[in-house]
Design a protein around this ligand. Sequence first.
Ligand SMILES: *Cc1c(COP(=O)(O)O)cnc(C)c1O
Length: 461
Amino acid sequence: MTDGREILDALLGALDAWAEPHEPHPSLAPDAARLAEAMGEFTARLTAPTDGEEDGIYPFGHPRYAGQMLKPPHPVAWAAYAAAMRLNPNNHALDGGPATGRMEKEVVADLAAMFGFPADALGHLTGGGTVANLEALFVARELAREAGQTPRLGVSAEAHYTHARMAHVLGVEVVTLPADDAGRLDLDALADALREESLSVVVLTAGTTGLGAVDPIAEALPLCREHGVRVHVDAAYGGFFCLLAGSAEVEGFPAADFRAIAEADSVVVDPHKHGLQPYGCGAVLFRDPAVGRFYRHDSPYTYFTSDALHLGEISLECSRPGAAAAALWLTLRALPLRADEGLGPILAATLRAARRLADRLADSESVRVLRPPTLDIVGYFPAAGSLSSIDAASAAVFGRGMAEPDPVYLSLFRVDADRFPEPIARDAPHARILRSVLMKPEHEAWADRLAERISGLAAGV
Ligand SMILES: *Cc1c(COP(=O)(O)O)cnc(C)c1O
């Protein structure tokens, strides 16, 4: 069953049978004409042509949308979210969401198992990857302070921009480490920094937001351990690809790096990216449950219904949607975290889609692929002799792709000059290239058609 309306009806039917009806207060009823007018404007604004300046929306669910990291949630997820949200449990405490609080603990255990973390790993859902990473850095900072060190974070230049931002919020110093041509953290630079910079924590990324590069986690992790430095893995984007790490059948897939996440001190993954969930659903996991002590606080309002651990006691946020936990729980029951069914085959199709698109584009005269994709993100640019012409041509293809009757939706990505192959003239410090995130399994069947459209557009600019 993939019709979300049917799933939602079935869920609401069961919940309605439970709820004791009561008469809603008349003040809650909106004026019928005002509501009808507002609803008309609502749908008009969401469906306006996307070349408008402000309104409209892109067709995120269709395979012709191959732009940013965006796709609608799975029907099971949105139906579960909508159904649970009618009751609106709050997962801050078991007082606010007894059932959804337990569901959250269960999905967190599922995520821990996926990464190979111990069964008693501590974790919770968050509003997204940024808050999840903030919590991991917060714990790293507290541990450094406890050990009498000045907290210092080492992070690759290709890592998500929010690490530096959250380090700023936390008052943690940042050492930015260079990446290699493949977008992976440079191991020699890491080794130097470990010797010279007295780092307290290193962030490794499993799937960069730009082009899906995976840092050399299998090699970097033991290096950090030698220096007693904590390791946090930001797998916000790529975490679910862990499911494919047992079967080393995909060419160029860094299975060993995904398997090495099992040894990290903390890890973050965003179910609202590749876990089929609506925003906002991130997750943070800690190997050592003893770090829960840094969250300790007292609340005069809550924690009275049960002596069991309340999620608010191990989370920086207070109110959080129980519906997010319920949606993830039902999704993972229906589509389990397995290589051979559920999420695994969905992710495997996205990998094949990206490889196919990159191969087809590489065959084209008018396009060059920046580097072979590691995950499901492909970076490419119109063939041209200089960075300034690549930049202009990329922007033109990006705009024209959306404007045509048979549109394709791509994204742009800024790349530094030294990442482009010779003999392209480096007449600018950087250039924008085109980027496609093929995060829908339907992209596999669409890869040839997308490549054809893209090379046609590139030939015409
Ligand atoms: C998306 C992303 C983040 C930020 O997560 P949000 O859910 O957008 O807050 C952090 N790191 C990586 C690698 C990401 O891809």
